[in-house]
Design a protein around this ligand. Structure first.
Ligand code: LLP
Length: 428
């Protein structure tokens, strides 16, 4: 049970709202979010990452889940926002998110996206490569403006996570490598360029990481770089962005650290390393996505067909699948599930939860224990708040589910369910 989840008479409640009633009101499949838990996570980051005392910054990684309502919530909680595309930037802009609190990421921002960011006045461009560096200088010159930037570096740290979501190793499409002289060439350019102001360094070592050690290594590498860049280029690096990636609980195999433990380890390490190297303490930035929203979101499905293949396996099919949660098929990610009005009953069956897509690989959970079930029951999969809705698709022309936020006994629709009409609305 995460956040405000509770059980009364075997019925699951989130945010004081009975899940059964939410499913009836909005229909399934449906994403349901615990607003209090999202806000609690934001506040823990702000508190333990010393936003007030040290002027550190917490930037929510919008790629995890970014409807307009989230932009407003993130703004209210005083976080910065990390965007990675013109679309995310547009969503933030249309939600009145302050542009100066935006960090613009991406390894191939298009010319249009760069121009859009500069025109809207985004706070920081996290510059990934030479192509982008040259474009920003050129476009800023045209608009007669100066842009603050960070350099994204590839720190050559191997974090233990899935191959597809590793980013810190040397063989990566992201960032300036430290080992082949690229970063130094980029620094030479910055010294020459008049419309670019390099204020920080960024590294993101991967996602769904449970250990703090790779972050400690990143801190050490970045602090040493600050010193070296000051000595060799006379450029003052004032901000260090350590990316996101803090792991969360999906199943009992996951052993996440708390937000407090993570933040404190990083802050202590920075202090120690600064003392050792005799450099000023930089402003620190962290970019959590998953650890803010994953556990706050769940998905409600209606169970349809139940196919029992004697002595082999029972397939329980639901009215969603890889279209609303691609993570099991893409990363072999694990999830937990339950029937929302049978919580606490003994889990007597072993089943495989399948989606409704025309694809054998559309399996949400393989061989999971579950209580007595029948067609028509509402199944909940928990911890689907990050990279669920944001990675959803219209494969098989299946409409995207609605998204509902619950809090203090009330539910609020924040994204409408797609209609069949919506599905063909762009087709001429
Ligand atoms: N900052 C940067 C530069 C990133 O690339 C990412 C994630 C984050 C922050 C946020 O990481 P988080 O705290 O959410 O782990 N779709 C995959 C995850 C890909 C993450 C890509 N970058 C998944 O579903 O697991």
């Amino acid at each position: 049970l995460h956040g405000t989840m509770s059980v009364k008479n075997k019925n699951l409640y989130i945010g004081g709202v009975k899940c059964e009633n939410v499913a009836k009101k909005y229909e399934t499949p449906l994403y349901i979010f615990d607003e209090k838990l999202i806000r609690k996570n934001c506040r823990e980051y702000v508190n333990y990452f010393k936003v007030k005392e040290n002027n550190n910054k917490v930037a929510y990684a919008g790629k995890a889940f970014l409807p307009r309502y989230m932009c407003q919530l993130i703004k209210e909680e005083n976080l910065y926002l990390d965007v990675v595309s013109g679309g995310e930037l547009y969503t933030a802009y249309k939600s009145q998110f302050p542009m100066e609190k935006i960090l613009f990421h991406g390894n191939n921002k298009t010319i249009d996206e760069i121009e859009m960011g500069i025109k809207l006045g985004v706070g920081i461009f996290v510059v990934d490569n030479f192509y982008e560096l040259d474009l920003i200088e050129e476009i800023c010159e045209r608009y007669n403006t100066i842009q603050d930037i960070y350099f994204r570096i590839t720190p050559s740290i191997e974090a233990h996570t899935h191959e597809y979501i590793k980013t810190g190793q040397i063989d990566s499409k992201f960032g300036f490598a430290l080992t082949n002289g690229d970063l130094y060439e980029a620094l030479e350019k910055v010294k020459e360029y008049k419309n670019i102001n390099l204020i920080g360094l960024h590294a993101h070592i991967g996602s769904q990481i449970f250990e703090v050690d790779p972050y400690m290594d990143a801190v050490d590498i970045m602090m040493n770089l600050i010193k070296k860049i000051k000595e060799n280029y006379n450029i003052e690096i004032k901000e260090i962005d350590l990316g996101g990636g803090i792991g969360v609980y999906y199943t009992k195999h996951d052993t996440p650290k708390t937000i407090k433990e993570f933040c404190e380890s990083i802050i202590n390490r920075v202090e120690k390393t600064c003392e050792k190297l005799k450099i000023n303490k930089p402003v620190l930035i962290i970019e959590p996505g998953r650890s803010i929203v994953a556990n706050a979101g769940s998905t409600l499905y209606t169970i349809g067909s139940i196919k029992d293949i004697k002595d082999i396996r029972t397939y329980v099919s639901v009215d969603g699948g890889m279209t609303d949660n691609i993570r099991p098929s893409l990363y072999q990610a694990g999830y937990e599930c339950a029937v929302i009005n049978k919580i606490g009953l003994d889990k007597i069956n072993q089943v495989t939860v399948a989606g409704k897509c025309c694809e054998s690989g559309d399996i949400l959970i393989t061989d999971t224990d579950i209580m007595e079930i029948q067609s028509g029951d509402i199944l909940i999969t928990t911890s689907t708040g990050a990279y669920g809705y944001s990675m959803s698709s219209n494969y098989n022309k299946i409409p995207k589910p609605a998204v509902v936020f619950v809090k203090d006994g009330k539910s609020k629709l924040i994204c409408k369910r797609q209609s069949y009409k919506d599905l063909i609305s762009l087709e001429l």
